[in-house]
Design a protein around this ligand. Structure first.
Ligand code: FMN
Length: 159
């Protein structure tokens, strides 16, 4: 029997995750994005990463249609950015600094790093879809990461 939702959240909350904002653009060039911790690197050769996006998300259809997406790894001072992209709304990018990456994906300012991916696989995963992308551009810097653990934003104090 599957566990109930509270048990699922309690157990999964024990895994300290980096916080990302996954972004893409639609056919009109309008940027879309949402906060996601369901991210993992997958393969070194070829360089693959995955992100799981809920089918109920307003931006879900844009990720289904998109050929590419970007993973923005938030830095320790970006809990407000995470909250903004964790809510549904049209104006998420207003007042947030961002630029266009090599694959045309929105790259947020102030992050600790990013991976720009060309979508190569999609798999069913319950109420989410697992999007696998080949990383075709990426970078990182010396900032501290934002993490999510036991239902709250945390700073890593030992880096
Ligand atoms: C810390 C945190 C982690 C989240 N991780 C995910 C995730 O991995 N996948 C997902 O689909 N939604 C995740 N969400 C929820 C989405 O960010 C949220 O549903 C958002 O409103 C979706 O935006 P949209 O409706 O504009 O697409 C997370 C939210 C928070 C606060």
């Amino acid at each position: 029997m599957p566990v109930d939702k509270d048990t699922f959240l309690k157990a999964m909350g024990c895994f300290a995750a980096g916080v990302t904002v996954v972004t893409t653009v639609d056919a009109d060039g309008t940027p879309h994005g949402l906060t996601a911790t369901a991210f993992s690197s997958v393969s070194l050769d070829p360089p693959l990463a995955l992100v799981c996006i809920g089918m109920e998300s307003g931006s879900y259809s844009h990720f289904v249609s998109a050929e590419s997406f970007a993973i923005n790894f938030l830095s320790a001072d970006q809990a407000d950015v995470s909250q903004r992209f964790a809510s549904s709304g049209e104006d998420k990018f207003d007042g947030v600094g961002w630029r266009t990456g090599e694959l045309g994906m929105p790259l947020l300012s102030g992050t600790v790093g990013f991976a720009e991916c060309r979508k190569v696989h999609s798999y069913g995963g319950g109420d989410h879809t697992i999007f696998v992308g080949q990383i075709e551009a990426g970078d990182g810097n010396e900032l501290q990461p934002l993490t999510y653990f036991r239902g709250g934003y945390r700073r890593v104090t030992d880096l």
